[in-house]
Design a protein around this ligand. Structure first.
Ligand code: NAD
Ligand code: ZN
Length: 361
């Protein structure tokens, strides 16, 4: 049986369906829609060969005529140049305003396919079939779509909600262990910022969580989607509350920048950033040392790093002020005042930030 998480956004509301073997659910969904026959599946060179044809077959059985566009796996595919190649293909295949675009892959494919769907003919239907844990619990919820620019990540994009998201656990058996940890970084974040009971669940089920045991996996993915959906529904365009989702991300972005997006993947950088944010919270007296240590212990036990190798305090400090989320030179630090609750502070002194950085170096 599948679990369904509703993302409540007025007329843009949609369902996230989570379960094992979702072809029948996907078919039933497509049948109810009045989509055009011509359809596009965007995937990458890792996921496409494994699941592309199977997905196309499911869609053909309900009357669609999908073609598969496969991009090279990896972040560089999130570019305008790759997008342009896809536009050419969809025009040649005669896709129209009601032609659905399916994203079959991780966050790279989701962001890229969503960007295509949001811009081709000023917007065509978009369905997410996320296959990485990170894409399932993070990038497929909230409607941010984008490509990168040579001068910065995710700078060209918009908000565009999908018609539905189908998270099929049967597609995750091939996910490399490191990609599981990456997703777990964001999952731990949801516990810290929003839900102490969920944090405790993760502490108590570490083995099931790491091995994606079916029940634990469905629960942690569904609960993560619920939390992100709850935050996003209250603040679709990132005016306020949505900022809490950036817990751990201020330092993470600096670490990613400084290490050239190579040494650490996103969830790993967030893991280190969360250790830093807990340290700032502790220094300001918002939490005690034991609470900070508890979050670090869970992060480490899920196979995530807690120290940033290859970074220096000065460079990291400087990077933070170059981040695009730094508004008017002020850094809005998302801090925790207990597990399950945050506060945003823009008055954190330099020496406190530097000491927290030193604690993760
Ligand atoms: P990714 O898409 O590169 O996927 C990670 C790797 O796992 C890739 O090599 C991919 O081919 C492989 N993979 C995915 N599913 C697989 C499966 N089932 N079996 C085998 N291999 C599989 O990276 P990601 O971590 O999923 O996503 C990162 C991207 O997401 C970044 O570009 C980031 O900016 C974006 N993102 C967007 C949002 C948002 O709100 N839109 C949020 C977070 C991250
Ligand atoms: Zn993130």
């Amino acid at each position: 049986t599948a679990r369904v998480v509703r993302v409540a956004l007025g007329k843009d509301s949609y369902d996230i369906v989570i379960g094992r073997g979702l072809a029948a659910r996907l078919s039933a969904f497509v049948k109810k829609r009045d989509y055009s026959r011509q359809a596009l599946i965007v995937t990458d060179t890792n996921v496409g060969p494994l699941y592309g044809e199977k997905t196309a077959k499911t869609l053909r059985q309900v009357g669609l005529s999908p073609f598969i566009y496969t991009v090279p796996a990896g972040e560089p595919s999130k570019s305008l140049a790759v997008a342009e190649g896809i536009y050419t293909a969809v025009i040649e295949h005669g896709l129209d305003r009601k032609s659905p675009v399916f994203a079959l892959g991780g966050g790279v494919v989701g962001d890229l396919a969503g960007f295509i769907a949001s811009t081709y003919m000023r917007g065509v239907p978009f369905i997410q079939l996320p296959t990485s844990l990170l894409a399932q619990v993070d990038s497929s919820v909230g409607g941010k779509v984008a490509v990168n620019h040579a001068l910065g990540k995710n700078l060209i994009g918009c908000f565009y909600q999908p018609d539905a998201v189908f998270i099929d656990l049967a597609l995750m058996e091939t996910l490399p262990a490191r990609e599981i940890s990456t997703g777990l970084g964001e999952i731990v974040k949801y516990g810290i910022i929003y839900d102490e009971a969920f944090f405790t669940f993760l502490e108590q089920h570490q083995q099931e969580v790491l091995s994606l045991a079916p029940e634990a996996a469905v629960h942690m993915i569904a609960r993560s989607c619920e939390i992100k959906a709850a935050v996003v529904s209250q603040d679709e365009k990132e005016a306020g509350l949505r900022r809490i989702l950036n817990y751990g991300h201020t330092m993470a972005h600096a670490i990613e920048q400084e290490t050239g997006y190579v040494r650490y993947n996103h969830g790993e950088a967030v893991a280190i950033g969360m250790v830093g944010a807990a340290d700032i919270s502790r220094q300001l007296g918002l939490i005690d040392a034991a609470t900070a240590a508890r979050t670090t212990a869970l992060i480490a036990s899920l196979g995530l790093p807690t120290q940033a190798e290859g970074c220096t305090e000065d460079k990291m400090y400087e990077e933070i002020f170059h981040d695009k989320k730094t508004v008017n030179g002020k850094v809005h630090w998302v801090l925790m005042d207990r597990i399950g609750h945050t506060q945003i502070r823009s008055d954190v002194p330099e020496n406190v930030v530097r000491q927290a950085m030193a604690s993760v170096l």
